[in-house]
Structures are given as structure tokens and as C-alpha cells.
Ligand binder design. Structure first.
Ligand SMILES: C[S@@+](CC[C@H](N)C(=O)[O-])C[C@H]1O[C@@H](n2cnc3c(N)ncnc32)[C@H](O)[C@@H]1O
Length: 409
């Protein structure tokens, strides 16, 4: 028989049920958190925000939460077991959102009604009686920790552990630097680069001045670096792999004649909406980089290649769960082919900028080294790697790699 619930608890359970659904889709089906969160509209806005916060804080802390759970029971709980999912959500609420114990238990147990209720109750009780980690204690999945320690060393890994549990600041790109400076002054932001403003406190973006007028768009500072490498005198610039268009907007705002290519119609629809909101101009082409043959070469080509996206773990912690060695290797193989295709469209003396939001050297430095080993017609002009820990005291940056190659004249 269902026990009657106080109204407050019942409403709280619905938010937790949605958080459980999101976590389940991310862990079990490998969905991104954004796509897993589709369908939340049925909840009240407050519950929607709570469900997203619980699922997000859980994903930021998954390895840490699992260590706690495994230390509190001898029972082996599979990665996708409902009991483990519910325990993860409850612990994340206590550690990150400071939800009181009685509310945690009251909203967790209904999620396992008719299932492993006793197990969850027992493990949760044991954990809540013990000492739990502080909200700023982070951990990375073991495979990521090993890979990044080998590639970048312990300092970068420690910075990544700190970064994964911190909410990143909001970075905005502006059409002009004057508008950026005026906005920074009015809103208490900081400009860390040309046409950039950083806001440290989270606010609903649609409520910020200039959104409707299209004066700015959201873009992490790291991901503005590749477009900054395009020489100012490049007249015609191709943005290959352009959608949803953060870099297209930047290239257009810098005054280049901009051509945007992408194979995804749905993502190009977002690019079109971004152009129309900002009033910036670009020619749009739907097509595959691997089959594209332009009528004439470009002064510069930007290839912002699809990648494991592990550099974006601060905003999308779930990328670290998906980025297996196999996925990274497949991604690197494709990136090599995309770069070779794009290299054919650069005029003699022109620039080819390659970028990935990845923290894997096999998708960055190694792609460029392999390419240069085979191509005597290209030289490396500049290369930039952003690691966890960079600009940490100013809010940090996503992990990123960008390189500019120049074709022999
Ligand atoms: C990293 S995202 C690009 C982000 C974009 N440059 C921005 O700043 O908003 C990679 C893009 O590559 C596109 N893509 C992947 N493979 C492609 C291919 N073979 N040809 C064309 N576009 C491709 C995807 O549709 C996706 O939009």
C-alpha cells in the first residue's frame, strides 16, 4: 500500500525522479546531459532547475560518489544498478547542495519503492552517519586520470580535479570590443581578450542586456582562440565544421568574408538563427568536408574538428565517461582525414587553422605532427594548448588545442 506523502516531499520526489531519469540516460545510454534532460518541461520551473542541479552535481562527482558507495556495502552494485543511481543522487545532494538528511532519505526511498529499498536505506544511513567529502573535493574517472597524468603531469590533473566540481564562469563574445567593454563596465564583468567578457556569477542569459539585440553570444574563452589565429588580412575564410557557429560569428565579426560549411542541417539551423540574432553575415553550405570541392581556394580555412570534447568537462562532465580509448582513436583517425581534405582548399601562402576542444594529445599535437611529417608544403606558424589550471584564479578555461599551419607560397 502506498504511504501518504506530505505535499512538499511528493513534489520533491518528482524532481529527484527526473534527475534519476537524466542520470540513467547519461550513464546507461551514453547521452549528453542536454539531450537526456529533454522532456523536463512537464515539471514546475523550480523542480526543473532542481532536477538539473542534482543530475549535474552528481555527474561532476561520479567517481568520488562511487568510491563512497563501494566503501559502505559489500554488495557489488553494477554501474547502472538503480540502487547505485539513487545513492549517487542522494550523496551529491548532501555534498554539493547541502540538502538535510531527512529530506534526502524521504525523497530517495520512493525512487526504489518495490525494489532495493532496504539496501538503499541501509547504505545511505551508513554514509550519512560517517564523514563525507567537502563540496570542493573532486575526482576524475581512473582512465582519464591515468591518461592525463601521462600526457600532462600531476599538476594539470590536480587542477582538473578542482575544476570539475566548480561551476565555470560565463564567457561572452561580442561583435565589437567597444560593446564588450561597455557591457563589462555595466554588468561587473571582466574582459580578458578582444571582444570578450567574463561574468563570474551565474545569471539567466536571456535576461542579460543585449541578448535580444544579438550583441553577444556565449562562447568559452578557449574556444575563441582558433578564430583569433586567422590573419587579419585573410579576405575569404572558410569555417569548415562550422555549426552551431560560435567561430563563424567571430570570423564574420572580425570583418572576413565568411563561408560556413557543416554536414548537419539541424546544427546549421542553429547557426542560421545565431546569424540572424546577431545580424552578422556568412554564406552557409550544407556538405561533408570529405566530399567538398570548392571552386577556388580560400585565404584561410578553420577546421574545428569533431572530437572527444574532453576539454569541456567543466560544463559537460559526462564527456569523461564516454571518452574511451577506442572513441578517442576513432576520432583521431577521422581528424587526420578531415585535416588532409581541408589542406587542399588553402591558397599558396594561406593559413590552415586546426582546433579541437579535447585534452587528448592524440587529437591535437599528434594530428599536427603526423600531418607535418607527411606534408612538406605546410609549416607550423603557431600552436596553443590550454590545460586545466590555466587562468584558474580568473575562473579557468576549457581544455583546448589550436594550431595554425601555413601553406608554401
Ligand atoms: C566541434 S563541432 C563545431 C563547433 C563550431 N565550430 C562552433 O564553434 O560552434 C564539430 C562540427 O563538425 C560537424 N561535422 C562532423 N563531421 C563532419 C564532416 N565530415 N563534414 C562536415 N561537417 C562535419 C558536426 O556536424 C559539428 O557541427
Amino acid at each position: 500500500m502506498n504511504r501518504p506523502q506530505p505535499r512538499g516531499t511528493q513534489a520533491g520526489v518528482e524532481a529527484r525522479r527526473s534527475a534519476l531519469r537524466i542520470l540513467d540516460r547519461v550513464v546507461r545510454s551514453g547521452q549528453t546531459m542536454d539531450s537526456a534532460a529533454q522532456g523536463l518541461q512537464k515539471l514546475e520551473p523550480g523542480d526543473q532547475a532542481l532536477a538539473l542541479a542534482i543530475a549535474g552535481e552528481t555527474l561532476r562527482r561520479l567517481p568520488l560518489l562511487d568510491r563512497l558507495i563501494d566503501g559502505a556495502t559489500r554488495q557489488v552494485l553494477p554501474d547502472d544498478a538503480k540502487a547505485r543511481m539513487v545513492l549517487r543522487l542522494a550523496l551529491a545532494q548532501r555534498i554539493a547542495l547541502k540538502v538535510p538528511d531527512h529530506a534526502l532519505v524521504a525523497t530517495a526511498l520512493p525512487l526504489v519503492e518495490g525494489g532495493p529499498r532496504r539496501l538503499v536505506h541501509g547504505v545511505l544511513g551508513t554514509l550519512l552517519r560517517g564523514t563525507l567529502p567537502d563540496a570542493d573535493e573532486g575526482a576524475l574517472p581512473d582512465a582519464v586520470e591515468q591518461r592525463w597524468t601521462a600526457a600532462w603531469g600531476t599538476e594539470a590533473v590536480e587542477a582538473a580535479r578542482r575544476a570539475i566540481v566548480r561551476r565555470p564562469p560565463l564567457d561572452l563574445s561580442f561583435r565589437t570590443h567597444e560593446e564588450a567593454l561597455a557591457f563589462a563596465e555595466a554588468e561587473g564583468g571582466t574582459s580578458l581578450a578582444e571582444r570578450h567578457v567574463r561574468l563570474s556569477d551565474a545569471r539567466p542569459v536571456t535576461g542579460l542586456p543585449g541578448f535580444a539585440e544579438g550583441r553577444w553570444w556565449i562562447q568559452d574563452l578557449s574556444s575563441t582562440l582558433p578564430a583569433r589565429m586567422i590573419p587579419a588580412d585573410a579576405a575569404r575564410v572558410l569555417d569548415a565544421c562550422a555549426a552551431p557557429g560560435g567561430k563563424t560569428l567571430q570570423i564574420a565579426a572580425a570583418g572576413h568574408r565568411t563561408i560556413a560549411l557543416d554536414r548537419s542541417e539541424s546544427r546549421l539551423a542553429r547557426l542560421r538563427a545565431n546569424l540572424s540574432r546577431t545580424g552578422l553575415e556568412a554564406e552557409i553550405m550544407t556538405g561533408d568536408v570529405l566530399g567538398y570541392a570548392p571552386a577556388e581556394p580560400f585565404d584561410a580555412v578553420l577546421l574545428d574538428a569533431p572530437c572527444s570534447a574532453t576539454g569541456t568537462f567543466r560544463r559537460h562532465p559526462e564527456v569523461l565517461l564516454r571518452a574511451s580509448g577506442r572513441i578517442i582513436a576513432e576520432s583521431a583517425e577521422l581528424q587526420g582525414r578531415l585535416l588532409t581534405a581541408a589542406a587542399a582548399w588553402v591558397r599558396p601562402g594561406g593559413s590552415l587553422v586546426y582546433a579541437v576542444c579535447s585534452l587528448e594529445p592524440s587529437e591535437g599535437e599528434e594530428i599536427i605532427a603526423n600531418f607535418l611529417a607527411q606534408r612538406s608544403d605546410y609549416t607550423l606558424a603557431e600552436q596553443r594548448r590550454v590545460l586545466p589550471g590555466e587562468a584558474e584564479d580568473q575562473g579557468g578555461m576549457d581544455g583546448f588545442f589550436a594550431a595554425r599551419l601555413v601553406k608554401a607560397a
